[in-house]
Design a protein around this ligand. Structure first.
Ligand code: SAH
Ligand code: SF4
Length: 340
């Protein structure tokens, strides 16, 4: 059975050609999938009954299901999506009251191999890459379920997107062309896979690159992120400078604040110095507690002090609002723990 969702128009044309369908029919199917977000071929009511029957014998719109759906008191919705092979990932829809944006936080892999010490996904280990169709399917699931159009996408769910770059790039193309979500409304967050950042620089990527830095030096960073031993922070810095030069784009630096560990005055000053020449905004993320880690969230006072010190160095700094904490949908809490 061919899965139609996540296919580009040319792919739908190629598939339906064998049933003698015109390009116009393919366009209609495409419209049902992306603009009207249907889940059944029978809902495509401007196709003839015979043609729908033929399609039904050979294809489905989707082969995934919503296994769990949780709605937070702040309007955030978390979906646990089950793929055909029984693996699950989480996708989160975030709304911000003061904006018309609907942001989908998507997963790029089942689990993650990078194994950061503060992250629930990392604790699960790596299971497999998602295909581009499976990435797209997460956004279609949200649209079908809510009847709304997603306007922004962030690759901040489970997985390291730059370790599944081919599928992520193909998904970006589909978000652009088939969903009309512009490149600048898409953010890719990475733990710092240097060769892949260099590849994105060559492609002059117009989406936002968010880099999970979390510490300003090798010693602190390697305690949080084993990837620091493979791609050390000084090399990362060079790669980021090159990225900004090639793309002209401002990057986002993500920084989790952990009490007494990386939220002190000297560390803030060191971070300001590290970022001095890098064109970036900083997004501070109050650490979300994940079972059995030794870390604690910074106090509001320390968060504000850290923010102030960075702002003083000339950076634009935001503190990330915690979304969906009451349903375990906050950053780093996505583990797919309800699997099977
Ligand atoms: N693998 C990519 C993208 C997914 S993680 C990356 O690491 O960037 C998305 C963001 O959530 C990252 O900035 C990550 O550091 C952050 N995060 C992970 N665990 C967290 C936790 N327990 N509390 C707060 N943020 C967390
Ligand atoms: Fe993987 Fe990102 Fe979690 Fe690190 S923070 S383990 S890179 S998902």
């Amino acid at each position: 059975m061919k899965v139609l969702s996540g296919l580009k128009l040319e792919e739908i044309e190629k598939f339906t050609e064998q049933f003698g369908a015109t390009k116009f029919r393919a366009k209609q199917i495409h419209n049902w999938i992306y603009a009207k977000s249907v889940s059944q071929i029978d809902e495509m009511t401007n196709l003839s009954k015979d043609f729908r029957e033929l399609l039904n014998q050979n294809a489905v719109v989707t082969d995934t299901k919503i296994k769990v759906k949780q709605v937070s008191s702040d309007g955030t919705i978390k979906y646990l999506i089950e793929y055909a092979d029984g693996n699950c990932v989480e996708t989160v829809l975030m709304r911000f009251d003061n904006r018309a944006n609907l942001t989908a936080c998507v997963s790029s892999q089942v689990g993650c191999a990078v194994n950061c010490s503060f992250c629930a996904t990392g604790k699960r280990g790596f299971i497999r890459n998602l295909t581009y169709q499976e990435i797209i399917e997460q956004v279609l699931t949200i649209q079908r379920d809510t009847g709304l159009k997603v306007t922004n996408v962030v690759f901040m769910g489970q997985g390291e997107p730059l370790l599944n770059l081919d599928n992520v790039l193909k998904a970006l193309e589909i978000f652009n062309d088939d969903f009309q979500i512009g490149a600048r409304r898409i953010t890719i967050s990475t733990s710092g896979i240097i060769p892949k950042i260099d590849e994105l620089a060559k492609l002059e990527l117009q989406s936002t690159l968010a880099i999970s830095l979390h510490a300003p030096n090798h010693k602190l960073r390697s305690e949080l992120m084993p990837i620091e031993n493979k791609y050390p922070i000084e090399d990362l810095r060079k790669s980021l400078l090159n990225y900004v030069e090639k793309t002209g784009r401002r990057i986002t630096v993500e920084y989790i604040l952990i009490h007494g560990f990386n939220d002190t005055i000297p560390v803030a000053k060191e971070l300001a110095y590290f970022l001095k020449d890098i064109k970036c905004n900083v997004n501070l993320i109050p650490y979300n507690s994940v079972d059995d880690t030794k870390y604690k969230k910074s106090s509001t006072n320390d968060i504000m002090r850290f923010k102030y010190l960075l702002e003083h160095s000339g950076k634009k700094v935001t503190v990330r609002l915690e979304r969906g904490a009451d349903i375990d949908a906050a950053c780093g809490q996505l583990s797919g723990k309800n699997k099977k």
